[in-house]
Design a protein around this ligand. Structure first.
Ligand SMILES: [Fe+2]
Length: 205
């Protein structure tokens, strides 16, 4: 049995064993993490990049539509939009280093604000996950090398095309201390780029 088939069967078992999205995502992340060192997990085609943006290659869609596996390939400087997801999402880095910026959405009297809550560096063989509704992020390649990662979604990619639900377009930055976000900011870690508040438009695709 090849490495991708073994991974697929192990994920199917995780999905069956756990009923809730958080439990599934945590189990699938562990399963994926154990597969990331397999040298033959991805073919050359499944690692192919493109000059006009990051590429998604669908590797497998479960017959019952309960999950999908894709490889995503970023050249230096390429990134996703800021987005949330249609379902739970597990990400494992196969090659290179991926940067993930996480955001929190605030609705203040009908005006939407995005707050940057941190940037996480994911190195080769690391796996992480997000579960809606706390799942707004941007993934990018800030390095000089191509990045290859494997994404597993709790959705049928033949129907949704991608795991992205909404895309967020940034508006004007709100100066620190302005508005009524102060009480929320206590939960935000330290760091020069963290805690920025930006007006944001939400686009539904
Ligand atoms: Fe995502």
């Amino acid at each position: 049995m090849d490495a991708l088939k073994r991974l697929t069967e192990a994920i199917a078992a995780d999905v069956k064993r756990h009923g809730d999205p958080s439990g599934i995502a945590r189990a699938v992340a562990g399963t994926l993490q154990r597969s990331l060192g397999e040298p033959d997990l991805l073919s050359t085609t499944q690692r192919r990049s493109a000059a006009d943006g990051y590429q998604q290659h669908v590797l497998h869609v479960a017959e019952d539509g309960s999950f999908s596996i894709a490889s995503l390939v970023w050249r230096p400087g390429q990134s996703t939009p800021i987005h949330d997801h249609v379902a739970w999402c597990v990400v494992g880095v196969y090659e290179g280093t991926e940067f993930e910026t996480r955001y929190r959405l605030h609705d203040l009297d009908g005006a939407l604000y995005l707050e940057e809550v941190g940037v996480v560096e994911h190195h080769s063989r690391a796996a992480t996950w997000v579960v809606p509704p706390d799942d707004i992020h941007r993934v990018e390649n800030r390095t000089g090398q191509t990045v290859v990662s494997i994404h597993i979604y709790g959705a049928d990619l033949t129907r949704t095309q991608s795991s992205i639900s909404r895309r967020f377009a940034l508006g004007d930055e709100v100066p620190a201390g302005e508005g009524s976000l102060a009480e929320d900011s206590e939960a935000i870690g330290s760091g020069s780029r963290q805690g920025r508040r930006m007006r944001v438009q939400v686009r539904m695709d």
